[in-house]
Design a protein around this ligand. Structure first.
Ligand code: SAM
Length: 248
């Protein structure tokens, strides 16, 4: 049985897909997808030897070697252009994820869908999608074992959609006049801010605590740069609090 987090990702993979799961670790996701008959082929990519071997073992022991190929390599280097139509990347930071997508742009030929689960720094992923012609289709947030995860899905924008991608992050005013910047929407999620689910509030309350700790640390220094940074983070805290307060 998959974890709730991986299940959420699996549920978003269209039937009949050819998937590349990048940073696959034990290849649990492609194994499940193949066992359920959801995918017709998969590449499980891993850059580190330990997880690569674990993935190989898993696929061999599950008797799925005809469907899942385990390959060793960095990011999208493990796939050929046109080989897959869906890419899943889960369980790593958003900035690493964005750099994997950026470095592997030429491998995205034929890929129509991305299913991404950054552990932190979701804004890096949203920004990359926005600037590279990918339409953010959905955002889901879930809690499992005391951790909170976001799952983002995106599809390749058609030529008529490209010009309007930024609309999703257009600064807006919330019901009682609170202003939300484009940057804040990229950080907090343009759909999540609309839906404002309970778990999302819990996540941002905890992020606020982390930001407050950063401010406390910065305030220990009298360096000009630290003072300026503390003021910047304090402003960010005020803005996030305003958003949360008006949606609660
Ligand atoms: N995707 C699985 C999941 O969500 O349960 C495993 C997540 S695990 C925390 C992250 C994996 O990404 C590690 O096994 C790590 O070796 C792999 N990884 C990190 N950077 C990578 C890269 N540039 N290319 C491929 N794999 C990478």
């Amino acid at each position: 049985k998959l974890s709730k987090r991986l299940q959420m990702i699996a549920d978003r993979v269209p039937v009949g897909s050819k998937v590349a799961d990048i940073g696959s670790d034990h290849a649990l996701l492609p194994t499940y997808l193949a066992q359920q008959g959801i995918i017709v082929a998969a590449v499980a990519g891993e850059v580190n030897p330990g997880p690569f071997e674990a993935a190989q073992r898993q696929v061999l022991e599950s008797g799925l070697s005809k469907i899942i190929q385990v390959r060793s390599g960095d990011g999208l280097a493990v796939i050929e252009p046109g080989e897959v139509n869906v890419i899943t990347i889960a369980g790593m930071g958003g900035s690493l994820m964005a750099s994997i997508l950026e470095a592997g742009k030429s491998k995205l030929v034929g890929v129509g869908q991305l299913i991404l689960q950054p552990n932190v720094g979701e804004e890096h992923v949203r920004r990359w999608l926005l600037h590279n012609g990918w339409k953010l289709d959905s955002e889901t947030i879930l809690e499992e074992d005391g951790k909170i995860y976001e799952v983002l899905t995106a599809s390749l924008a058609g030529s008529e959609e490209i010009g309007a991608l930024g609309m999703l992050y257009k600064e807006r005013s919330l019901p009682d006049g609170v202003h939300v910047s484009s940057e804040r929407l990229q950080q907090m999620g343009p759909y999540l801010i609309n839906e404002a689910p309970e778990v999302w509030f819990i996540k941002w309350e905890s992020e606020l605590k982390k930001l407050a700790m950063i401010v406390d640390q910065l305030k220990l220094s009298t360096a000009e740069a630290s003072i300026a940074k503390a003021e910047q983070v304090s402003q960010e805290i005020r803005e996030i609090k305003e958003v949360l307060a008006c949606l609660q």
